[in-house]
Design a protein around this ligand. Sequence first.
Ligand SMILES: Nc1ncnc2c1ncn2[C@@H]1O[C@H](COP(=O)(O)OP(=O)(O)OP(=O)(O)O)[C@@H](O)[C@H]1O
Length: 897
Amino acid sequence: FDILQHLSMRSSVAALYLPRSVFISDKSGVRVSSELQIEDGMIQLFVEKAEICELKLFVENTGQDAVYFTYYTALHWLQYFTLEDSRRVTRNNPLRLEPCECNQTVQEKLVLVLFLVYPATLAFEFKENTQPATRPFHIVRFIQAEYRSELAALLGPEAPFRPKRLETYEPARCNIEEGVPPESFARNLLKFVVPLDNYTHPSYISDLAEVLKGSRSFPKLQEQKSLLESDLGFHNYLERFDLLLYLEEDQMRLDIKRYNKDDVSMVKDCENKRLLLLELPGVSENRPSVLRGDHLLLTKSEEVQLSTVTKYKGYVHRVELDQVKLGFSRRLLDGFIDNMKFRVEFTVNRLPLKLQHRAVHMAVQHELRDVLFPVGSRSVTPESPPALRLFDQKLDKNPEQKNAVCNIVAGTSKPAPYLVFGPPGTGKTVTIVEAIKQVKLNIPDAYILACAPSNSAADQLCEKLITSEHVDARKIYRVYASSRNPKDILKKNSNVEGNTIIFPCKEDLMSYKILVSTLVTAGRLVSGGFPIGHFSHIFVDEAGHAVEPEAIISVAGLLNAETGQLVLAGDPKQLGPILRSPFAIRYGLGLSLLERLMTQNELYQKGTTGYDNRYVTKLLRNYRSHPSILKIPNEMFYDGELVACADEMISHQYCKWEHLPKSEFPVIFHGVIGKDERESNSPSFFNTSEIDIIIDYMKKLLTQAKKGIAKISPKEIGIIAPYRKQVEKIRKAIKLHRELKSFLGIEELKVGSVEEFQGQERKVIIVSTVRSDKKHIILDETFNIGFLKNEKRFNVAVTRAKSLLIMVGNPIILRTDATWAQKVIGCPLPSMEELHSSRCLLKAQKILKDPSHPGHSLFELLPSGRRYRVLKTRTNRLRNSFYAKAISFLNTAKKLN
Ligand SMILES: Nc1ncnc2c1ncn2[C@@H]1O[C@H](COP(=O)(O)OP(=O)(O)OP(=O)(O)O)[C@@H](O)[C@H]1O
């Protein structure tokens, strides 16, 4: 539309629908070329440093007849471009291009400012003669100049991004040829005693999804619909959760089909010739989720169209960053030659689903009503809990934490769960760890199961318990799932022996006082026949992250409903359950057990005298972060209830850092207009301009010791990025960097996704948001990735920092989200376009550069070098003039850069 408007072509309605090719094609023998290659009308140039660079464009007539060059213009007016031509072409002074006359040069000068990408569109107008009535024709060129450091160039795409197209042909008949599962990678001494049924996905579920969508009506499914619409209670617990889990599975089955691939080649693994290697970009980002022991179905490409096909089952032996190693039948291997092509189909791993179904069935079978729907009484005056001597003395000074520990040991909430609830950094994990230690000390026959939804959170719990000198580490045992790769995990006090995961026999496992596992792996203990009541206490940290049936895996079949104590800790505002089915979400599967009790059960509600400490503790003192870091999440998610209590020695360490835009405010939003790219056929994104900035901050942080701020070691810095590819590229950038790669302890610097940082903290956190193209935001929403469409993920990312938070991102994109615009980038803020197109800014910059300009003396750069101000003289005149406006643009531009 811009093009049409500028070139006065609006009269032609048809022109509105003209494809891009019409504008970019050379016409009537006239060619607009450049020294650089033009692809699809686009001229891309890269610069390595901030400089004025010149781009020559050539206009030539290669036709048989003379043509008049009448006009040229930049359609988006940018101050960084100046256009010049020696013939000074205008509509009043058109240039006659004789046939085959070349040499007409339009020079364009670009002033590039560090790390910014400035797109521009140039339009050239020509006429076949100079008669006013003659319609002109136009040629358009797009120009993109991108700052690219040497490092960024090295990190750039290895191969252009080429998504694969999917054939949806389904054969009439297929035979499944069984593959070879990983050898008993888990040595199983723990017998399967309690059966795990199949919980087969009923065939009516797809029809039910249609009914819920409102697109069809099946009277016989009305009962299921009513069940979903009714409130959750113990009477419908099993049926409701079964149905919700089936709806979720139905969506998972649909979604996983999107990952199927055609014409994918495999090669033999050079380490183990009985395995085939399949490249799977995105696999480490769970797109799709593939674990050791899962299987894929492969069909030879040349057979895909046949009516009867053989699908070869390939069991996953190992998952690597962008590839998996698969075990197939002898028959396939015998006829296999490297680079044979296959169609790959992914399958849903049903184990976690089956465990969840079993858990809700067992919850009902074992009468867990009083645990799941507790009805204790609030009327009884709370007794004061026993006074304990805490191991962690800092908890002594916090009455809520101390109360929670004492009440858990005293079992005041039994049979109701005890909840430790609170925002990030308020000490939930340390409270749980203390409670576990106190239970072990004060209740001699106690046996404890400590769980978390993710492996990283379970590892964190285990490490905190093992490293404390108050518990004999030999009594603690971390149980890993057999699907884990032993090479990737902590081996101390765990079921990993060398390169094998072992499951000791029940008696051996039962001899440990404290077992630590994920919620799903706790299901293995149920299958192993652990007696109900063996565990006197079950703790679940990060409980807000799990759907209720998942949390129940660690409870049903293990906890004695009368004598056992369940403790849940978490924060519903941090990473929640990840669900795919809109119906499962609509009908409540997204609500964790912790959140349901907090919001719907009377025992846990805030009364006139506050919360009843016998059942719940709400922690509100944040011991982690500087108040300025807390400010954003506190306003966004916690109604300003959080109180900043961190030790100032640490939290204020960066308050005087020379690189802060504002002293005493250790939060930096570093605006950068980069590019989110993909490479080869990996669906994951990266942004090298952001990596350049991150590396620059790393250098500043690690080499600052002399500047009066304590030296920081790499392990105290964390870098969080929302996409796996960015994580990988940042790691690569550090390894390639001359100074950073040899920095002492650099291997301890953690670069990871938000999920990997949940529950963790670092002195300095750098967040790379990556997104720079609006059109990809929809992908984030569909796949539940990135920051922009997931507030909970954003909350976790920004609440990991103790002393300094640096966020790197594209302000134009982030401003499209109201929360980012208001809370992070700050408002009011002129958009980048406004900045670019502002004549005020240009004028102000010209004046600043030119000491002879009469306005020059009006601007003054403050001694900090970070802000301009207008001198007091003639203030009144200035207030409403463009100088005042220019000053605000200049300062914002300075802040952004
Ligand atoms: N009473 C206290 N006094 C001083 N420091 C404390 C206290 N309680 C916790 N901390 C410290 O606060 C930090 C955060 O604690 P912890 O990781 O337990 O919080 P959390 O609530 O589990 O956080 P998240 O929700 O982010 O997982 C830790 O460094 C911990 O040592």
